[in-house]
Write a protein that binds this ligand. Structure first.
Ligand code: ADP
Length: 662
């Protein structure tokens, strides 16, 4: 009996009137792998095999007596089937037809049917056998394939990249519209031919690369040159994929090709731009080096002369302070020039530091002496010192640390109005990262607005130019100091209560071995710092020195200075004169040291040093207005023991001479 409601109203089929199907036939249909339905001449279901039950989810009992079109979704297909049975005659069969079949869950299955007529037992009536194959999967796979093909076709047609497929022998199979546009060859001209974009002479190369690609080597991301129909070479970047046949055998190669001419032009322009920038930067460095040389040259004789006079101050007792003031100002000028060069070094990552164990507080006291003494002595500023007792060794570049403290103290003096106080304090801080000596330079001066605090460490940055211009300066000191401290593994920080509330700068440096020399004291006092400022006097060994310098004023002042240190000095103004003077000196008893300028009218001091070192094993000190690393390096390579940058302070010259002469 029919139990599904759709088949249960009795009007679709009348089981009482169905004719029987022989058992043998029904057994045969039962084991058939396809769908098989036996219908009577009105289309009523007599037999519904197991495959039908599996595909539709209905049992034979449920559909028995229903009409075939009841299993088909309402629509034209159901209508034409109904018509077929109304007019059924043997001439209309076999009837082939595809239809959707409703299954119990409502999923459509696509069935290909063949309806064949079978004479009913005993005579006229016709049974119809509907044999069906479920072609849903196949048809959907075909539909998928079709859709994929359409998508691929659209992709190939719309792709801005040229698409080409070459078979293993290099014959073009696919040639996209973008390829037509890029290379000028139409599809008709190219497909079926060896790729015309590779010139005859490069054919072998192409085939070899195809073979390598087929063997698994990827050309993806490689650059190549393909040719336009008019012969123009086109730079391209290509990506490849091997396309395989049904047995997984490599059949052809898909090429995606991008025109990279504009990219290459842009890269070329960028490279040229970079070169221009580098050249400009080099020119700037060169200009700064030459400028500083030219600025230093006139300072050299002034500093030398003043230093000589200072040494011999007993001759001018009333002038000592004036001479000191002149020397300090010349040194200040030289310092500004050095700052400019240092900035160039930092921007090129070439600032070098030479570390030695030094006493940080000793350096600090020395800098305080240089920067604050005058103002304090004149009663313009008060100084409060609060240094911890002891010898706090840091591994640092002494002159660079002097430069840092000098910058901070000079700023404190510069930005603090008369009557103000400058504080210099130190303490030891222990952190997880290690032990640091912290040096604080504070003032009660003009202060810094909070929003400007982070910017004061940028090169050329000055808080308020109208104010700071009054005080001079290039805005480089803090940038350099910070960079120097960072090279030492230290830090520089600034605090201020704002405009008019003073500033505090803190230097932190990692401390090495901590040796307390005096832990009974309560900190250094004014007396300590002024007493400790100058290095102890030391007798110099008189030497026979050849001074080669073409700048007459400098030569004269330097000679005077050296003679003031009890040395015998011969002066020459050129390489040839230097060689002659050395020869004469050797004949007259010998020569201990060469002190030579580098730029000389008939050659350079490097050649002179080489020659004198070769001839007499002479040692020397280079004295130059050029002070970049490469200049220093060249001097050392030529055989000079030291390279001093003009204008050189008396102390440095003195100790260099003693060291070099050895
Ligand atoms: P310079 O002093 O040559 O201008 P610096 O790099 O040493 O250059 O300082 C940068 C700026 O930071 C100064 O121009 C000033 O505006 C500010 N500054 C530095 N030190 C102090 C200070 N102690 N008090 C107030 N402002 C300061």
């Amino acid at each position: 009996m029919v139990s599904d409601p759709r088949f249960g109203n009795g009007t679709l089929g009348d089981p009482a009137r169905t004719e029987s199907v022989p058992d043998l036939a029904s057994a045969a249909l039962a084991c058939l792998g396809h769908l098989a339905i036996v219908l009577d001449h009105r289309g009523r279901i007599l037999l519904f095999n197991q495959e039908c039950e599996r595909v539709t989810g209905y049992t034979a009992a449920e559909v028995q007596g229903s009409q075939l079109w009841d299993l088909i979704p309402e629509g034209p297909q159901a209508g034409s089937l109904r018509t077929l049975f109304v007019n059924l005659s043997p001439g209309l069969l076999p009837y082939r037809w595809e239809s959707l079949l409703r299954n119990r869950r409502g999923d459509p299955r696509l069935i290909s049917w063949t309806l064949t007529g079978v004479p009913a037992a005993g005579g006229q009536a016709v049974h119809v056998v509907a044999a069906g194959i479920d072609i849903s999967e196949r048809r959907w796979a075909e539909a998928d394939l079709l859709r994929t093909n359409q998508v691929l076709r659209t992709l190939i047609d719309a792709s801005p990249l040229a698409v080409s497929v070459l078979d293993v022998s290099g014959t073009v199979q696919i040639w996209s519209p973008a390829a037509e546009r890029l290379f000028g060859w139409s599809r008709r001209e190219v497909v079926g031919r060896l790729s015309p974009c590779v010139p005859e002479e490069n054919r072998e190369e192409l085939l070899a690369s195809l073979r390598r690609t087929l063997a698994g080597e990827s050309l993806s991301g490689t650059e190549a040159v393909w040719h336009h129909k008019d012969g123009t070479a086109i730079d391209v970047e290509q990506w490849t994929a091997v396309l395989r046949g049904p047995q997984d055998e490599p059949e052809s190669i898909l090429f995606l090709v991008a025109d990279i001419r504009s990219r290459k032009r842009a890269a070329e322009a960028l490279r040229a731009g970079m070169q221009a920038v580098e050249a400009a930067s080099h020119a700037k460095d060169h200009f700064l080096a030459v400028l500083s040389h030219e600025l230093r040259t006139p300072l050299t004789p002034v500093l030398a002369a003043v230093s000589a006079l200072e040494e011999d101050s007993s001759r001018f007792p009333g002038l000592r302070d004036t001479l000191t003031m002149i020397r300090r100002n010349v040194e200040l000028e030289a310092r500004l020039i050095d700052d400019l060069l240092d900035l160039t070094r930092i921007s090129r990552g070439k600032l070098e530091i030479h570390r030695q164990p030094v006493d940080a507080q000793h350096i600090l006291v020395h800098a305080v002496n240089i920067c604050c003494a005058q103002e304090v002595a004149a009663g313009r500023l008060r100084l409060e010192m609060g240094l911890i007792p002891g010898d706090y060794r840091v591994l640092a570049d002494g002159p660079r640390m002097t430069q840092v403290f000098w910058n901070l103290l000079n700023n404190a003096v510069k930005f603090t109005p008369s009557g103000g106080t400058i504080g210099v304090r130190s303490r030891v801080e222990s952190e997880a990262r290690g032990r640091f000596i912290a040096v604080e330079v504070s003032d009660t001066g003009i202060g810094i607005e909070p929003e400007m605090l982070p910017r004061i460490f940028d090169a050329f940055e000055q808080v308020d130019r109208r104010i700071t211009r009054r005080f001079g300066g290039l805005g480089l000191g803090l940038a350099l100091s910070k960079a120097i401290l960072e090279l030492h593994g230290g830090t520089l920080t600034a605090e201020s209560g704002g405009r008019g509330h003073g500033s505090t700068f803190t230097v932190r440096l990692p401390v090495g071995d901590l040796v307390d020399l005096d832990d009974t004291g309560s900190g250094l006092t004014m007396d300590d710092w002024s007493a400790g400022a100058e290095p102890p006097e030391r007798a110099d060994r008189p030497l026979r020195i050849l001074l080669v310098e073409d700048h007459a004023d400098t030569a004269e002042a330097m000679a005077e200075l050296l003679r003031g240190l009890d040395h015998q000095v011969r002066v020459a103004g050129s390489v040839s004169a230097g060689l002659a003077a050395a020869e004469a000196a050797m004949e007259e008893g010998g020569l201990d040291l060469l002190v030579s300028d580098l730029g000389l009218p008939d050659g350079n001091g490097l050649d002179l040093m080489r020659e004198l070192s070769r001839r007499y094993g002479l040692k020397g000190i280079a004295l130059s207005g050029y002070g970049m690393e490469e200049d220093i390096q060249k001097s050392l390579e030529a055989g000079f023991e030291r390279h001093l940058t003009k204008p050189v302070s008396l102390q440095i010259l003195r100790s260099a001479i003693q060291q070099a002469a050895g």
